[in-house]
Design a protein around this ligand. Structure first.
Ligand SMILES: Cc1cc2nc3c(=O)[nH]c(=O)nc-3n(C[C@H](O)[C@H](O)[C@H](O)COP(=O)(O)OP(=O)(O)OC[C@H]3O[C@@H](n4cnc5c(N)ncnc54)[C@H](O)[C@@H]3O)c2cc1C
Length: 578
């Protein structure tokens, strides 16, 4: 409230220097990349970020979960959900989004996956020329400094800014799950190379055991350039758009209790993440007419912003217990010393050791196009659940796991059919928008059936020789609220899915890329916003069809591709770039 009052009372001051070539909103996965690439070519660049810098403790991988409850997270909650998150307080999902230099890469789980070749071929086939997998492979390679095995130089690269490595700490889960997977027909692969369908060791955005955000990778090396101004704690409240020419001329932003305006000679590039980008566009008059009219926001461009929200969800209720093994009492001092001295040990990893991609019979996709991702996680939910907003009775049933050692198999739906929305709550730029993922709501129930088929496939792992040798048995505790159903029956899973399916924070599609004939398209294949000049969106919002995997690497790739599109345009206009 105090923030709003100060904001309303503020007179707009001008920024010094008054004019930049480019203004970038948001220093996250994509925005950091673009700030680096454009300022390398001597353009005057202003990068505005609502959050602050990282600290040594945000860089410790194991502490990722604890960042959810800090100012590094925008702290969004969804509207109450019918089909997921029913085990969370008020039936609302946590919808985390990073608020820091580095954006969500400063708080995320650091798992690096590109998705499937077919994902991008679909983008291109819907009319997004230049976005097929073959078009994008050079950008996936350019971004990375990959220390992975096997290393196929056709697909992987060393020498890019973003450091990728295998976990520097692992348990018997790594070899055990790979062997179990082999028994079930999962080939052992690098899922970021030629073939994605199969199973491999996790790849992390860490560097010698420390989180390597895009701020570390792209901003730290560029921060001393005199032509790059990075302003943390600067909240962009709206875009400045000339009502006659429909040109974006700059932005208004709020910092240190004052409202400022900054002007861009060439372009404004919106990289605020899929929720905030939708909010900023709408506050600036770019959105569905009826929604803007209702709030009295003058319409600049009538576009379906925030209407094609997609998000990955994951079921958290499939655990295998190590028979007769309890969690060893941790020697925390030794762990801290090992981490500080060598960047190794349990503190250097978020916990997932292997990842597998699989197709169930429940979805209508092509052969070998995964509808499920499994992640094999070394974690006892009795411990981690505390950082989620579970209802007390759910936390209580997790407690039955006591200090048993658990292997959790996360089951993530890669291509949800259900679509949600991001709507403005009101005109206040500091209020959270209304986020309704509407997950598992598709009329054919394909999402639910696919998730259920995934859980059943996951259970097969318990029958493998490899897992039997590890003394693993399925954890058959009944989650609170589902006690009336027979454990393992479809009715039981139906009940458990509602309670224990949560967001994995891979929001996409709110400013979808598509050809003009696509009624939900907000940007074209050059990422320019339809109907507004000198304005692009370059972040996860533009992803038009879901990714068969996590969304950080695709978002960084979008930053790399956007940088090239922008540089090409201004080079063609004869602007010197060196
Ligand atoms: C908790 C969590 C775990 C995740 N785990 C993984 C994972 O393991 N692997 C993976 O691949 N993906 C993961 N993701 C998803 C991935 O991090 C995101 O998809 C990706 O970072 C999106 O990139 P982006 O550039 O669109 O947005 P972001 O990286 O979120 O960056 C947006 C930036 O814009 C800033 N911003 C927003 N509004 C404003 C404003 N008004 N003014 C100024 N600045 C603003 C934000 O503060 C933020 O810094 C996770 C995400 C979260 C939140």
């Amino acid at each position: 409230m105090i923030l709003l009052v100060t904001y309303l009372l503020s007179a707009v001051s001008s920024e010094d220097p008054k004019h930049y070539d480019f203004i970038i909103v948001g220093a996250g996965a994509a925005g950091s990349v673009i700030a680096n690439r454009l300022s390398a070519k001597h353009y005057k660049v202003l990068l505005l970020e609502a959050g602050g810098p990282e600290t040594p403790y945000t860089q410790i991988p194991k502490l990722g979960h604890f960042l959810y409850n800090t100012g590094y997270n925008w702290g969004y909650l969804t509207t109450p959900q019918k089909h997921i998150c029913r085990g969370m307080i008020d039936n609302k999902c946590d919808m985390a989004a990073g608020k820091a230099l580095g954006g969500s890469t400063a708080i995320n789980n650091m798992y690096c996956t590109r998705g499937n070749r077919e994902d991008y071929n679909k983008w291109a086939a819907m009319g997004n020329h230049g976005w097929s997998y073959d078009d994008l492979l050079p950008y996936f390679k350019k971004l990375e400094d990959a220390f992975v095995k096997p290393f196929d130089p056709v697909y992987r690269h060393r020498g890019g800014p973003f450091h990728i490595e295998h976990p520097r700490y692992w348990t018997d889960i790594t070899n055990g799950s790979l062997s179990a997977g082999k028994e079930l027909g999962f080939d052992n692969i690098d899922f970021n190379a030629k073939e994605q369908f199969g199973m491999g060791r996790t790849q992390l955005s860490t560097k010698r055991g420390k989180r390597h955000s895009t701020a570390q990778a792209y901003l730290v090396p560029a921060r001393k350039r005199p032509n790059l101004v990075i302003k943390p704690f600067s909240h962009v409240t709206k875009l400045l758009i000339d009502s006659e020419s429909k040109e974006a001329t700059g932005v208004e932003f709020f910092t240190n209790g004052k409202l400022y305006a900054a002007k861009a000679e060439k372009e404004v590039i919106l990289c605020a993440g899929a929720i905030n980008t939708a909010q900023i566009l709408k506050l600036s008059g770019i959105g569905p007419r009826e929604e803007l009219d209702k709030l009295g926001i003058p319409v600049v461009a009538k576009l379906n912003v925030g209407r094609r929200f997609k998000n990955h969800v994951s079921f958290l209720g499939l655990g295998l217990i190590y028979k007769n093994t309890t969690l060893a009492k941790e020697d925390e001092t030794a762990e801290i010393i090992e981490y500080l001295q060598k960047g190794k040990g349990p503190l250097s990893v978020p916990g997932t050791e292997t990842i597998a991609y699989f197709k169930t019979g429940a979805s209508g996709h092509k052969r070998r196009y995964p509808d499920i991702e499994f992640f094999f996680h070394n974690e006892n939910p009795a411990i981690t659940a505390k950082s989620f907003r579970f209802k007390p009775e759910i936390l209580e049933s997790f407690k039955s796991l006591g200090n048993k050692r658990i292997l959790e198999i996360g089951v993530m739906l890669t291509h949800p059919q259900s679509t949600g929305t991001v709507l403005l709550k009101d005109k206040d730029p500091f209020h959270h928008p209304l986020v309704d993922p509407n997950s598992l709501s598709d009329p054919d129930d394909e999402d639910f059936r696919t998730l259920l088929a995934g859980i059943k496939k996951g259970l097969n792992f318990a029958d493998t020789e490899a897992f039997k040798k590890m003394n693993l048995v399925v954890n058959k505790y009944k989650i609170a609220g589902c006690e009336d159903h027979e454990w393992g029956s479809d009715d039981y899973w139906k009940c458990a899915i509602k309670l224990l399916t949560v967001s994995v924070h891979h929001v996409t599609g709110t400013a979808r890329m598509g050809p003009k004939c696509d009624k939900d398209a907000v940007v074209d294949n050059k990422l320019s916003v339809y109907g507004v000049e000198k304005l692009r969106v370059a972040d996860a919002s533009v992803i038009p069809i879901t990714i068969s995997g996590h969304t950080m690497i695709p978002s960084i790739m979008i930053g790399e591709k956007a940088s090239d599109l922008i540089l090409q345009k201004w080079k063609a206009k004869g602007t010197p770039q060196n």
